[in-house]
Write a protein that binds this ligand. Structure first.
Ligand code: ATP
Length: 242
C-alpha cells in the first residue's frame, strides 16, 4: 500500500545455497514503531542486511514510500529516506564532531553540508556533545551507539531500521535511545526495531512481530502480550520453549 513507509513482500534469500528467509511480509507506517523479535539465528539480521541493500534477496519485494527499491543500492535508499543502524560503525581516530561532519558532507548530493545539522544532532545527545573533541575510539559502547544514531539523524530519515541497539547497554542508556525513537515517531518517522528483549520492544513498539525459521509467525500489540505473558515467552523462545 502506498501509504506505508516500508512494505516488504514475500522476501526470501540467504547466503549462497543457504536459504535463511522464506517469504517475509511486513509493513511500517509513518510514525509507527514496529519491533521484530525472535530467537537467535532465525534471520533477523539477514532481513536487515537486505533492507539496507547489503545483500540481494532471491525473491520478493521491498518498497519504500510505495517505490520498489528491491534492486536499489544502499546509498540510494538512504537518499530516499531509509537509514539503517547496524553495529557501532565509527571512524575511530576521528573526533566525535568530525565523525558527524563527515556524515553531514556525505548527506545529499547538491546540498550544503550543514554544520548546524551536526550541532542539532549533538544537542540530542548531551553526553556526545560533552565528548565532541574526543576520538570516537575512546567512546563507551553506549556512547558509540549514540554516535551511530546521531549520524543517522543527520540523514533525516523517514524510516529507521535499527538492528539490536539494546544489546550490552545499561538500561538507562537504552531508555534514552528509546525515548529518541518515541520522539522521532511523534514527528512521523517510522522505525523497524530488531530487538531480542520483548520487554524493551513492548516499551516502545506499536506492534511486535515474531520471527521463526525465516518467517513472521505472529503479530501482537503490547496490550495483547501483557494480557497473555506465556504467549510472549513461547513466541520468543520458539522451538526452545519447554
Ligand atoms: N555470512 C553468512 N554465511 C552463511 N550463513 C550465515 C551468514 N550470516 C548468517 N548466516 C546464518 O544465517 C542464519 C540467520 O542469521 P541471522 O544473523 O540473520 O540471525 P538473527 O536472527 O539475526 O540471529 P541473532 O539474534 O543471533 O543475531 C543463521 O543460521 C546464521 O548462521
Amino acid at each position: 500500500m502506498a501509504s506505508e513507509l516500508l512494505s516488504v513482500e514475500e522476501l526470501a534469500g540467504g547466503y549462497g545455497a543457504i536459504q535463511v528467509l522464506f517469504g517475509v511480509d511486513l509493513t511500517v507506517a509513518p510514525g509507527e514503531t514496529v519491533a521484530l523479535c525472535g530467537p537467535n539465528g532465525v534471520g533477523k539480521s539477514t532481513l536487515v542486511r537486505m533492507l539496507a541493500g547489503l545483500s540481494r534477496p532471491s525473491a520478493g519485494r521491498v518498497r519504500l514510500c510505495g517505490r520498489d527499491v528491491t534492486g536499489v543500492p544502499g546509498a540510494k535508499r538512504v537518499r530516499l529516506g531509509m537509514s539503517t543502524v547496524i553495529g557501532q560503525q565509527a571512524f575511530g581516530s576521528l573526533s566525535v564532531r568530525d565523525n558527524l561532519l563527515m556524515h553531514a558532507y556525505a548527506r545529499r548530493r547538491g546540498e550544503e553540508p550543514a554544520a548546524t545539522s551536526v550541532d542539532g544532532a549533538l544537542a540530542v545527545f548531551p553526553r556526545l556533545a560533552a565528548r565532541a573533541r574526543q576520538p570516537a575510539s575512546t567512546l563507551s559502547g553506549g556512547e558509540r551507539q549514540m554516535l551511530v544514531l546521531a549520524k543517522t539523524l543527520i540523514q533525516r530519515p523517514r524510516l529507521l531500521v535499527i538492528d539490536e541497539f539494546s544489546l550490552g547497554l545499561a538500561p538507562v542508556v537504552v531508555g534514552g535511545l528509546l525515548e529518541l525513537v518515541r520522539r522521532l515517531a511523534a514527528v512521523g518517522v517510522g522505525t523497524l526495531l530488531i530487538e531480542q528483549s520483548v520487554n524493551v520492544a513492548m516499551s516502545v513498539a506499536d506492534r511486535l512481530l515474531f520471527m521463526e525459521h525465516g518467517r513472521i509467525i505472529a503479530t501482537h500489540t503490547p496490550a495483547e502480550l501483557r494480557a497473555a505473558p506465556d504467549l510472549a515467552r513461547r513466541l520468543v523462545l520458539g522451538g526452545h520453549a519447554a
